[in-house]
Design a protein around this ligand. Structure first.
Ligand SMILES: Cc1cc2nc3c(=O)[nH]c(=O)nc-3n(C[C@H](O)[C@H](O)[C@H](O)COP(=O)(O)OP(=O)(O)OC[C@H]3O[C@@H](n4cnc5c(N)ncnc54)[C@H](O)[C@@H]3O)c2cc1C
Length: 440
Protein backbone atom coordinates (compact mmCIF):
# COMPACT_ATOMS: atom_id res chain seq x y z
CA UNK A 1 0.00 0.00 0.00
CA UNK A 2 1.17 3.56 -0.68
CA UNK A 3 1.86 5.84 2.29
CA UNK A 4 -1.64 6.36 3.80
CA UNK A 5 -0.66 9.74 5.27
CA UNK A 6 -0.35 11.15 1.75
CA UNK A 7 -4.09 10.54 1.20
CA UNK A 8 -7.23 12.28 2.50
CA UNK A 9 -8.69 8.93 3.64
CA UNK A 10 -7.59 5.31 4.06
CA UNK A 11 -10.58 4.03 2.07
CA UNK A 12 -13.35 5.49 -0.05
CA UNK A 13 -16.57 3.48 -0.24
CA UNK A 14 -18.88 4.16 -3.18
CA UNK A 15 -22.47 3.59 -2.00
CA UNK A 16 -24.27 4.04 1.34
CA UNK A 17 -26.69 1.13 0.95
CA UNK A 18 -26.84 -1.68 3.48
CA UNK A 19 -23.68 -3.38 2.16
CA UNK A 20 -21.69 -0.13 1.73
CA UNK A 21 -22.80 0.96 5.20
CA UNK A 22 -21.63 -2.33 6.71
CA UNK A 23 -18.24 -2.06 4.97
CA UNK A 24 -17.81 1.49 6.36
CA UNK A 25 -18.92 0.39 9.84
CA UNK A 26 -16.49 -2.53 9.87
CA UNK A 27 -13.45 -0.71 8.44
CA UNK A 28 -13.93 2.35 10.66
CA UNK A 29 -14.23 0.01 13.66
CA UNK A 30 -10.77 -1.28 12.76
CA UNK A 31 -9.33 2.23 12.74
CA UNK A 32 -9.56 3.00 9.02
CA UNK A 33 -10.35 6.60 8.06
CA UNK A 34 -13.24 5.99 5.68
CA UNK A 35 -15.27 8.26 3.41
CA UNK A 36 -18.56 6.92 2.06
CA UNK A 37 -19.92 8.71 -1.00
CA UNK A 38 -23.49 8.43 -2.28
CA UNK A 39 -25.24 10.30 -5.05
CA UNK A 40 -28.55 10.06 -3.19
CA UNK A 41 -29.61 12.49 -0.47
CA UNK A 42 -29.48 9.94 2.35
CA UNK A 43 -28.30 6.46 3.30
CA UNK A 44 -30.18 3.46 1.94
CA UNK A 45 -31.97 5.32 -0.85
CA UNK A 46 -30.73 2.91 -3.55
CA UNK A 47 -32.07 -0.62 -4.01
CA UNK A 48 -31.94 -1.25 -0.25
CA UNK A 49 -34.93 1.03 0.36
CA UNK A 50 -37.22 -1.41 -1.46
CA UNK A 51 -35.66 -4.63 -0.22
CA UNK A 52 -38.04 -7.25 1.19
CA UNK A 53 -35.26 -7.63 3.78
CA UNK A 54 -35.99 -11.30 4.38
CA UNK A 55 -33.47 -13.22 6.47
CA UNK A 56 -33.31 -16.94 5.64
CA UNK A 57 -30.82 -19.74 5.08
CA UNK A 58 -32.40 -21.47 2.09
CA UNK A 59 -29.42 -21.58 -0.28
CA UNK A 60 -28.31 -24.43 -2.48
CA UNK A 61 -24.58 -24.32 -1.65
CA UNK A 62 -22.75 -24.96 1.63
CA UNK A 63 -20.94 -21.61 1.36
CA UNK A 64 -24.24 -19.79 0.71
CA UNK A 65 -25.96 -21.40 3.70
CA UNK A 66 -23.04 -20.82 6.08
CA UNK A 67 -22.70 -17.17 5.03
CA UNK A 68 -26.43 -16.63 5.65
CA UNK A 69 -26.27 -18.48 8.98
CA UNK A 70 -23.42 -16.28 10.20
CA UNK A 71 -25.16 -13.22 8.68
CA UNK A 72 -28.41 -13.90 10.55
CA UNK A 73 -26.71 -13.44 13.93
CA UNK A 74 -26.15 -9.73 13.33
CA UNK A 75 -29.91 -9.02 13.31
CA UNK A 76 -30.94 -10.09 16.82
CA UNK A 77 -27.69 -8.49 18.09
CA UNK A 78 -28.19 -5.27 16.09
CA UNK A 79 -28.00 -2.71 18.94
CA UNK A 80 -24.77 -4.23 20.18
CA UNK A 81 -23.33 -4.47 16.67
CA UNK A 82 -24.18 -0.83 15.81
CA UNK A 83 -22.79 0.24 19.17
CA UNK A 84 -24.45 3.65 19.35
CA UNK A 85 -27.86 5.34 19.42
CA UNK A 86 -29.62 6.65 16.34
CA UNK A 87 -32.00 9.62 16.71
CA UNK A 88 -34.33 7.80 14.27
CA UNK A 89 -34.33 4.64 16.41
CA UNK A 90 -32.88 1.21 15.63
CA UNK A 91 -34.53 -1.37 13.39
CA UNK A 92 -36.57 -4.25 14.82
CA UNK A 93 -35.84 -7.77 13.67
CA UNK A 94 -39.11 -9.70 13.25
CA UNK A 95 -38.06 -13.28 13.93
CA UNK A 96 -41.21 -15.02 12.67
CA UNK A 97 -39.42 -18.01 11.11
CA UNK A 98 -39.20 -19.14 7.50
CA UNK A 99 -41.17 -21.96 5.90
CA UNK A 100 -40.11 -23.88 2.81
CA UNK A 101 -43.12 -25.48 1.16
CA UNK A 102 -42.58 -29.22 0.63
CA UNK A 103 -43.74 -30.89 -2.53
CA UNK A 104 -43.60 -34.58 -3.38
CA UNK A 105 -40.59 -33.96 -5.67
CA UNK A 106 -37.33 -35.39 -4.29
CA UNK A 107 -35.35 -33.44 -6.93
CA UNK A 108 -36.87 -30.09 -5.93
CA UNK A 109 -34.85 -27.06 -4.83
CA UNK A 110 -36.39 -27.45 -1.35
CA UNK A 111 -35.02 -30.99 -0.94
CA UNK A 112 -31.63 -29.81 -2.22
CA UNK A 113 -31.62 -27.05 0.40
CA UNK A 114 -32.62 -29.53 3.11
CA UNK A 115 -29.65 -31.74 2.20
CA UNK A 116 -27.30 -28.74 2.47
CA UNK A 117 -28.82 -27.84 5.86
CA UNK A 118 -28.21 -31.39 7.04
CA UNK A 119 -24.59 -31.13 5.92
CA UNK A 120 -24.15 -27.76 7.64
CA UNK A 121 -25.93 -28.73 10.87
CA UNK A 122 -28.68 -26.09 10.45
CA UNK A 123 -31.61 -27.02 12.72
CA UNK A 124 -35.13 -27.04 11.25
CA UNK A 125 -38.54 -28.45 12.09
CA UNK A 126 -40.34 -30.71 9.64
CA UNK A 127 -43.99 -29.65 9.64
CA UNK A 128 -46.61 -32.19 8.69
CA UNK A 129 -49.57 -31.02 6.57
CA UNK A 130 -51.67 -30.95 9.74
CA UNK A 131 -49.17 -28.73 11.57
CA UNK A 132 -48.99 -26.43 8.57
CA UNK A 133 -52.80 -26.21 8.46
CA UNK A 134 -52.90 -25.38 12.16
CA UNK A 135 -50.26 -22.64 11.85
CA UNK A 136 -51.52 -21.18 8.57
CA UNK A 137 -55.20 -22.08 8.15
CA UNK A 138 -55.52 -19.74 5.14
CA UNK A 139 -53.15 -21.90 3.08
CA UNK A 140 -54.48 -24.24 0.39
CA UNK A 141 -52.03 -27.16 0.31
CA UNK A 142 -52.74 -28.17 -3.28
CA UNK A 143 -49.85 -28.63 -5.71
CA UNK A 144 -50.19 -26.60 -8.90
CA UNK A 145 -46.61 -26.49 -10.17
CA UNK A 146 -44.54 -25.98 -12.15
CA UNK A 147 -45.20 -22.22 -11.91
CA UNK A 148 -47.19 -20.72 -14.79
CA UNK A 149 -48.36 -17.30 -15.87
CA UNK A 150 -52.09 -16.46 -15.68
CA UNK A 151 -52.39 -16.42 -19.49
CA UNK A 152 -51.30 -20.08 -19.57
CA UNK A 153 -54.28 -22.36 -20.23
CA UNK A 154 -53.27 -24.59 -17.31
CA UNK A 155 -53.06 -21.79 -14.72
CA UNK A 156 -56.42 -22.58 -13.09
CA UNK A 157 -56.12 -26.37 -13.39
CA UNK A 158 -57.10 -28.38 -10.32
CA UNK A 159 -54.36 -29.41 -7.92
CA UNK A 160 -52.44 -32.49 -9.11
CA UNK A 161 -51.37 -33.47 -5.61
CA UNK A 162 -50.97 -32.20 -2.06
CA UNK A 163 -48.05 -30.61 -0.22
CA UNK A 164 -46.27 -32.78 2.27
CA UNK A 165 -46.00 -30.00 4.87
CA UNK A 166 -42.84 -27.92 5.06
CA UNK A 167 -39.44 -27.25 6.60
CA UNK A 168 -39.35 -24.45 9.14
CA UNK A 169 -36.32 -22.54 10.46
CA UNK A 170 -37.35 -20.53 13.53
CA UNK A 171 -34.49 -18.01 13.23
CA UNK A 172 -35.67 -16.68 9.86
CA UNK A 173 -37.52 -13.38 9.67
CA UNK A 174 -37.43 -9.91 8.19
CA UNK A 175 -36.75 -6.21 8.78
CA UNK A 176 -39.66 -3.92 7.88
CA UNK A 177 -37.62 -0.72 7.42
CA UNK A 178 -34.48 -1.58 5.47
CA UNK A 179 -33.59 2.07 4.87
CA UNK A 180 -33.44 2.65 8.62
CA UNK A 181 -30.84 -0.12 8.91
CA UNK A 182 -28.59 1.95 6.59
CA UNK A 183 -29.05 5.05 8.76
CA UNK A 184 -28.17 2.93 11.80
CA UNK A 185 -25.00 1.74 10.03
CA UNK A 186 -24.14 5.33 9.11
CA UNK A 187 -24.52 6.51 12.71
CA UNK A 188 -22.54 3.52 13.94
CA UNK A 189 -19.71 4.21 11.49
CA UNK A 190 -19.74 7.96 12.24
CA UNK A 191 -19.37 7.19 15.94
CA UNK A 192 -16.16 5.41 14.91
CA UNK A 193 -14.92 8.43 12.94
CA UNK A 194 -16.28 7.65 9.46
CA UNK A 195 -17.40 10.42 7.10
CA UNK A 196 -20.36 10.33 4.69
CA UNK A 197 -20.95 12.63 1.72
CA UNK A 198 -24.42 12.66 0.15
CA UNK A 199 -25.66 14.24 -3.10
CA UNK A 200 -22.19 13.41 -4.39
CA UNK A 201 -21.92 11.40 -7.61
CA UNK A 202 -18.75 9.52 -8.51
CA UNK A 203 -17.93 10.14 -12.18
CA UNK A 204 -14.36 8.84 -12.34
CA UNK A 205 -11.94 6.45 -10.64
CA UNK A 206 -8.46 7.93 -10.35
CA UNK A 207 -5.19 6.03 -10.60
CA UNK A 208 -1.58 6.83 -9.83
CA UNK A 209 1.31 4.59 -10.88
CA UNK A 210 -0.98 1.68 -11.75
CA UNK A 211 -3.09 1.61 -8.61
CA UNK A 212 -6.23 3.36 -7.48
CA UNK A 213 -5.72 6.73 -5.80
CA UNK A 214 -9.22 8.18 -5.33
CA UNK A 215 -12.33 9.31 -7.17
CA UNK A 216 -13.64 12.30 -9.09
CA UNK A 217 -17.10 13.64 -8.29
CA UNK A 218 -19.57 15.39 -10.57
CA UNK A 219 -19.01 18.63 -8.63
CA UNK A 220 -15.27 18.46 -9.31
CA UNK A 221 -14.05 17.29 -5.89
CA UNK A 222 -11.32 14.62 -5.96
CA UNK A 223 -10.96 12.94 -2.55
CA UNK A 224 -7.97 10.59 -2.41
CA UNK A 225 -7.45 7.17 -0.82
CA UNK A 226 -5.25 4.14 -1.56
CA UNK A 227 -8.33 1.88 -1.34
CA UNK A 228 -11.66 2.36 -3.15
CA UNK A 229 -14.57 -0.07 -2.72
CA UNK A 230 -17.34 -0.34 -5.32
CA UNK A 231 -20.60 -0.99 -3.44
CA UNK A 232 -22.82 0.83 -5.94
CA UNK A 233 -25.58 -1.81 -6.12
CA UNK A 234 -27.30 -1.89 -9.54
CA UNK A 235 -24.79 0.75 -10.76
CA UNK A 236 -21.82 -1.54 -9.96
CA UNK A 237 -21.22 -2.28 -13.64
CA UNK A 238 -20.91 1.44 -14.45
CA UNK A 239 -18.37 2.02 -11.67
CA UNK A 240 -16.36 -1.04 -12.81
CA UNK A 241 -16.30 0.41 -16.32
CA UNK A 242 -15.00 3.73 -14.91
CA UNK A 243 -12.19 1.79 -13.21
CA UNK A 244 -11.45 -0.19 -16.41
CA UNK A 245 -11.86 -3.51 -14.55
CA UNK A 246 -15.16 -4.63 -16.09
CA UNK A 247 -13.63 -6.62 -18.96
CA UNK A 248 -11.08 -8.37 -16.75
CA UNK A 249 -13.75 -9.99 -14.53
CA UNK A 250 -15.06 -13.42 -15.49
CA UNK A 251 -18.36 -12.87 -13.67
CA UNK A 252 -20.28 -9.75 -14.70
CA UNK A 253 -23.16 -7.85 -13.12
CA UNK A 254 -26.23 -6.16 -14.58
CA UNK A 255 -29.44 -4.51 -13.39
CA UNK A 256 -32.59 -6.66 -13.31
CA UNK A 257 -36.01 -5.03 -12.83
CA UNK A 258 -38.18 -6.61 -10.15
CA UNK A 259 -41.66 -6.05 -8.73
CA UNK A 260 -42.92 -6.78 -5.22
CA UNK A 261 -46.63 -6.49 -4.38
CA UNK A 262 -48.57 -5.82 -1.18
CA UNK A 263 -52.07 -7.20 -0.60
CA UNK A 264 -54.27 -7.00 2.51
CA UNK A 265 -54.35 -10.11 4.68
CA UNK A 266 -57.57 -12.16 4.22
CA UNK A 267 -60.53 -11.18 6.43
CA UNK A 268 -60.30 -12.82 9.83
CA UNK A 269 -56.60 -13.69 9.71
CA UNK A 270 -53.93 -11.39 11.08
CA UNK A 271 -50.97 -12.29 8.90
CA UNK A 272 -48.85 -9.50 10.37
CA UNK A 273 -49.17 -11.09 13.82
CA UNK A 274 -49.40 -14.78 12.89
CA UNK A 275 -47.77 -15.13 9.48
CA UNK A 276 -44.31 -16.42 8.62
CA UNK A 277 -41.83 -15.84 5.83
CA UNK A 278 -42.61 -18.48 3.19
CA UNK A 279 -40.90 -19.73 0.04
CA UNK A 280 -43.23 -21.53 -2.36
CA UNK A 281 -41.37 -22.97 -5.34
CA UNK A 282 -44.49 -24.85 -6.44
CA UNK A 283 -46.11 -21.54 -7.40
CA UNK A 284 -42.91 -19.49 -7.92
CA UNK A 285 -43.52 -16.95 -5.16
CA UNK A 286 -42.34 -16.00 -1.70
CA UNK A 287 -44.31 -14.01 0.86
CA UNK A 288 -43.98 -12.47 4.29
CA UNK A 289 -45.96 -10.31 6.74
CA UNK A 290 -45.96 -6.58 5.98
CA UNK A 291 -46.98 -3.70 8.24
CA UNK A 292 -50.66 -2.75 8.21
CA UNK A 293 -51.72 -6.42 8.21
CA UNK A 294 -50.62 -6.84 4.62
CA UNK A 295 -48.89 -9.72 2.86
CA UNK A 296 -45.87 -8.91 0.75
CA UNK A 297 -45.61 -11.12 -2.34
CA UNK A 298 -42.36 -11.49 -4.29
CA UNK A 299 -41.41 -13.54 -7.32
CA UNK A 300 -39.19 -16.57 -6.95
CA UNK A 301 -38.03 -15.96 -10.55
CA UNK A 302 -39.66 -19.03 -12.16
CA UNK A 303 -38.41 -19.73 -15.70
CA UNK A 304 -41.78 -18.74 -17.22
CA UNK A 305 -41.37 -15.13 -16.02
CA UNK A 306 -39.55 -12.76 -18.38
CA UNK A 307 -36.25 -11.33 -17.10
CA UNK A 308 -36.04 -7.61 -17.76
CA UNK A 309 -32.45 -6.35 -17.75
CA UNK A 310 -32.48 -2.56 -17.83
CA UNK A 311 -30.43 0.62 -17.78
CA UNK A 312 -30.34 1.43 -14.02
CA UNK A 313 -30.94 5.12 -14.81
CA UNK A 314 -33.84 4.58 -17.19
CA UNK A 315 -36.50 1.96 -16.45
CA UNK A 316 -40.24 1.78 -15.80
CA UNK A 317 -40.92 2.24 -12.08
CA UNK A 318 -44.66 1.58 -12.28
CA UNK A 319 -46.24 -1.77 -11.38
CA UNK A 320 -47.20 -3.65 -14.54
CA UNK A 321 -50.63 -5.22 -14.95
CA UNK A 322 -49.09 -8.50 -16.16
CA UNK A 323 -46.68 -8.99 -13.25
CA UNK A 324 -49.22 -7.82 -10.67
CA UNK A 325 -51.61 -10.47 -11.93
CA UNK A 326 -48.93 -13.15 -12.10
CA UNK A 327 -47.76 -12.69 -8.50
CA UNK A 328 -51.06 -11.83 -6.84
CA UNK A 329 -52.99 -14.61 -8.60
CA UNK A 330 -50.30 -17.14 -7.70
CA UNK A 331 -50.65 -15.97 -4.08
CA UNK A 332 -54.43 -16.43 -4.49
CA UNK A 333 -53.97 -20.04 -5.47
CA UNK A 334 -52.05 -20.60 -2.24
CA UNK A 335 -54.38 -18.43 -0.10
CA UNK A 336 -57.78 -18.48 -1.86
CA UNK A 337 -59.38 -16.04 0.60
CA UNK A 338 -56.81 -13.38 -0.33
CA UNK A 339 -58.67 -11.69 -3.18
CA UNK A 340 -57.23 -9.33 -5.77
CA UNK A 341 -57.41 -5.68 -4.68
CA UNK A 342 -58.29 -3.07 -7.33
CA UNK A 343 -55.53 -0.78 -6.17
CA UNK A 344 -52.12 -2.10 -7.17
CA UNK A 345 -49.73 -1.57 -4.26
CA UNK A 346 -46.06 -2.43 -4.19
CA UNK A 347 -42.66 -1.38 -5.44
CA UNK A 348 -40.44 -1.70 -8.50
CA UNK A 349 -36.67 -1.76 -8.05
CA UNK A 350 -33.49 -3.40 -9.28
CA UNK A 351 -31.41 -6.43 -8.39
CA UNK A 352 -27.71 -6.13 -9.15
CA UNK A 353 -27.53 -9.60 -10.66
CA UNK A 354 -24.31 -11.52 -11.22
CA UNK A 355 -24.04 -14.20 -13.90
CA UNK A 356 -24.75 -16.95 -11.34
CA UNK A 357 -26.75 -14.96 -8.77
CA UNK A 358 -23.94 -15.32 -6.21
CA UNK A 359 -22.32 -12.07 -5.01
CA UNK A 360 -18.80 -10.94 -5.87
CA UNK A 361 -16.82 -10.02 -2.74
CA UNK A 362 -13.34 -9.58 -4.14
CA UNK A 363 -10.34 -7.48 -5.12
CA UNK A 364 -9.92 -6.58 -8.79
CA UNK A 365 -7.04 -6.45 -11.26
CA UNK A 366 -6.60 -2.77 -10.34
CA UNK A 367 -4.58 -2.72 -7.10
CA UNK A 368 -6.51 -1.07 -4.27
CA UNK A 369 -9.88 -1.32 -6.06
CA UNK A 370 -12.35 -3.76 -4.44
CA UNK A 371 -15.91 -4.84 -5.20
CA UNK A 372 -18.88 -5.92 -3.03
CA UNK A 373 -21.39 -6.30 -5.85
CA UNK A 374 -23.68 -8.74 -7.67
CA UNK A 375 -25.85 -9.10 -4.59
CA UNK A 376 -28.56 -10.53 -6.86
CA UNK A 377 -31.64 -9.69 -4.80
CA UNK A 378 -30.52 -11.75 -1.80
CA UNK A 379 -27.74 -10.16 0.23
CA UNK A 380 -29.58 -7.73 2.53
CA UNK A 381 -29.56 -10.48 5.13
CA UNK A 382 -25.76 -10.79 4.83
CA UNK A 383 -24.84 -7.11 5.18
CA UNK A 384 -23.06 -7.49 8.52
CA UNK A 385 -21.02 -10.51 7.50
CA UNK A 386 -20.29 -8.99 4.07
CA UNK A 387 -18.79 -6.00 5.90
CA UNK A 388 -16.55 -8.38 7.81
CA UNK A 389 -15.53 -10.35 4.71
CA UNK A 390 -14.61 -7.17 2.85
CA UNK A 391 -12.60 -5.76 5.77
CA UNK A 392 -10.74 -9.07 6.25
CA UNK A 393 -10.03 -9.23 2.51
CA UNK A 394 -8.88 -5.62 2.21
CA UNK A 395 -6.61 -5.87 5.26
CA UNK A 396 -5.07 -9.11 4.01
CA UNK A 397 -4.50 -7.95 0.42
CA UNK A 398 -3.17 -4.53 1.46
CA UNK A 399 -0.86 -6.42 3.81
CA UNK A 400 0.57 -8.31 0.81
CA UNK A 401 -1.57 -11.47 0.74
CA UNK A 402 -2.05 -13.04 -2.72
CA UNK A 403 -5.80 -13.65 -2.45
CA UNK A 404 -6.20 -14.77 -6.08
CA UNK A 405 -3.90 -17.75 -5.52
CA UNK A 406 -4.41 -18.34 -1.81
CA UNK A 407 -7.94 -17.19 -0.90
CA UNK A 408 -8.41 -15.42 2.41
CA UNK A 409 -10.44 -17.36 4.99
CA UNK A 410 -12.64 -15.29 7.26
CA UNK A 411 -13.82 -16.55 10.66
CA UNK A 412 -17.40 -15.58 11.54
CA UNK A 413 -17.43 -13.52 14.71
CA UNK A 414 -20.71 -15.09 15.92
CA UNK A 415 -20.53 -18.73 14.84
CA UNK A 416 -16.82 -19.26 14.27
CA UNK A 417 -17.68 -20.47 10.73
CA UNK A 418 -14.70 -20.52 8.38
CA UNK A 419 -15.73 -18.68 5.21
CA UNK A 420 -13.59 -19.01 2.09
CA UNK A 421 -13.79 -15.59 0.43
CA UNK A 422 -12.51 -17.21 -2.78
CA UNK A 423 -16.01 -18.67 -3.22
CA UNK A 424 -17.14 -15.14 -4.15
CA UNK A 425 -14.31 -14.56 -6.64
CA UNK A 426 -14.73 -12.37 -9.73
CA UNK A 427 -12.81 -15.00 -11.66
CA UNK A 428 -14.87 -18.08 -10.72
CA UNK A 429 -16.72 -20.08 -13.33
CA UNK A 430 -20.53 -19.90 -13.12
CA UNK A 431 -21.46 -22.01 -10.09
CA UNK A 432 -23.54 -24.97 -11.39
CA UNK A 433 -25.13 -25.48 -7.95
CA UNK A 434 -26.67 -22.00 -7.89
CA UNK A 435 -30.48 -21.91 -8.20
CA UNK A 436 -30.20 -18.65 -10.28
CA UNK A 437 -33.23 -17.37 -8.37
CA UNK A 438 -34.08 -16.11 -4.90
CA UNK A 439 -36.63 -16.41 -2.07
CA UNK A 440 -35.92 -12.86 -0.85
C1 LIG B 1 -37.13 -5.69 -4.69
C2 LIG B 1 -35.99 -6.27 -3.90
C3 LIG B 1 -36.24 -7.22 -2.93
C4 LIG B 1 -35.17 -7.77 -2.21
N1 LIG B 1 -35.42 -8.65 -1.20
C5 LIG B 1 -34.40 -9.14 -0.46
C6 LIG B 1 -34.66 -9.98 0.64
O1 LIG B 1 -35.83 -10.27 0.95
N2 LIG B 1 -33.60 -10.46 1.35
C7 LIG B 1 -32.33 -10.16 1.03
O2 LIG B 1 -31.42 -10.64 1.70
N3 LIG B 1 -32.04 -9.33 0.00
C8 LIG B 1 -33.05 -8.81 -0.74
N4 LIG B 1 -32.81 -7.96 -1.78
C9 LIG B 1 -31.42 -7.65 -2.09
C10 LIG B 1 -30.83 -6.59 -1.18
O3 LIG B 1 -31.78 -5.60 -0.93
C11 LIG B 1 -29.58 -6.03 -1.84
O4 LIG B 1 -28.66 -7.10 -2.01
C12 LIG B 1 -28.92 -4.95 -0.99
O5 LIG B 1 -29.87 -3.98 -0.57
C13 LIG B 1 -27.84 -4.27 -1.79
O6 LIG B 1 -27.26 -3.26 -1.02
P1 LIG B 1 -26.09 -2.39 -1.62
O7 LIG B 1 -25.60 -1.53 -0.52
O8 LIG B 1 -25.11 -3.27 -2.31
O9 LIG B 1 -26.78 -1.55 -2.81
P2 LIG B 1 -27.75 -0.29 -2.84
O10 LIG B 1 -28.68 -0.25 -1.69
O11 LIG B 1 -28.35 -0.24 -4.19
O12 LIG B 1 -26.74 0.93 -2.64
C14 LIG B 1 -25.91 1.38 -3.68
C15 LIG B 1 -25.74 2.86 -3.49
O13 LIG B 1 -24.77 3.33 -4.42
C16 LIG B 1 -25.15 4.62 -4.81
N5 LIG B 1 -24.50 4.93 -6.09
C17 LIG B 1 -24.65 4.30 -7.28
N6 LIG B 1 -23.89 4.88 -8.22
C18 LIG B 1 -23.24 5.91 -7.61
C19 LIG B 1 -22.31 6.88 -8.05
N7 LIG B 1 -21.88 6.95 -9.33
N8 LIG B 1 -21.84 7.79 -7.17
C20 LIG B 1 -22.27 7.77 -5.87
N9 LIG B 1 -23.15 6.87 -5.40
C21 LIG B 1 -23.62 5.94 -6.25
C22 LIG B 1 -26.67 4.57 -4.90
O14 LIG B 1 -27.25 5.86 -4.78
C23 LIG B 1 -27.03 3.64 -3.75
O15 LIG B 1 -27.42 4.31 -2.58
C24 LIG B 1 -33.84 -7.37 -2.50
C25 LIG B 1 -33.61 -6.40 -3.47
C26 LIG B 1 -34.66 -5.83 -4.16
C27 LIG B 1 -34.40 -4.77 -5.18
Amino acid sequence: MTDPSSHDYDAIIIGAGVIGGAVAHELSGRGWRTLTIDKAASAGAGSTINSCAIVRFSYSTVDGVMLAWEGYHYWPDWANYIGTDDEKGLIDYHQVGQLLVRTDDEDSHTEKVKKVWDKCGIAYDTWSSEELAERLPIVDQGLYGPPRRPDDDGFWDDAHGQMTGGYFTGEGGYVSDPQLSCHNLQRGAEARGAEFWFNAQVTGINKTEGRVSGVTLADGRTPTAPVVVNVAGPHSMIINQMADVYDSMNIKTKALRHEVHHVPSPEGFDFEANGVVAADDDLGIYFRPEVGNHILVGSGDPVCDPREYVDPDDYDRSISEAQWEAQVLRANRRMPSLGVPHEKKGIVDLYDVSDDWIPIYDRTDLDGFYVAIGTSGNQYKNAGVAGQLMADLIEAVEGGHDHDNDPVISTGRYTGTKMNIGFFSRNREINPDSSMSVHG
